[in-house]
Design a protein around this ligand. Sequence first.
Ligand code: GRF
Length: 201
Amino acid sequence: CRVLVLISGNGSNLQAIIDGCDDNLQAEVIGVISNKPDAYGLIRAHQSEIDTSCVIAHKGETRVEYDARLKVAIDRYQPDLIVLAGFMRILSDEFVQGFEGKMINIHPSLLPKYTGLHTHQRAIDAKDEEHGASVHFVTPELDSGPVILQAKVPVYEEDTADTLALRVHEQEHAIYPLVVKWFSQNRLAMTNGKAVLDGVE
Ligand code: GRF
């Protein structure tokens, strides 16, 4: 399974997936694309001898124009799976539809709770007892595609957004490589808008 990872920043999830693929002979990270030239994840990719590309937004460019250039960059890698790992751009409907069932994202909340940004602070403000992360198939509506796997963490009274984010991140690094593994083993698909694992919704 040819895995292409899209990032914008630190790339700790990218690292977890690279490390996971070392033990998973069915999947290989064949490329990393960033929209930010200074993303630390690009250094991680170089350290693992993985090819990288940057697709930087031009001034005044529309979303559809950017996504068309992104699609060209993606198609160059002929990926079987596109993994969004902290890729901080909203993608146009048309772009997303072109990769239906082949693109996954990780979001730092227990979806459907807290789509969008500042999820850790929102969980604290709401006095939630638990919080977590979700891996889901990407569909046109932001952070709303079918959930594949979630991990929960407790929220403590003394938590700040940063301490809570750290706890969630640890879980992200466990569940994201696992989902990539399932996909690479052909155990996972999106069927009729639902995530199906081993034939079970
Ligand atoms: C993670 O918190 C992920 O849930 C969100 O973006 C962050 C990326 O972190 N989508 P990293 O770049 O993988 O360290």
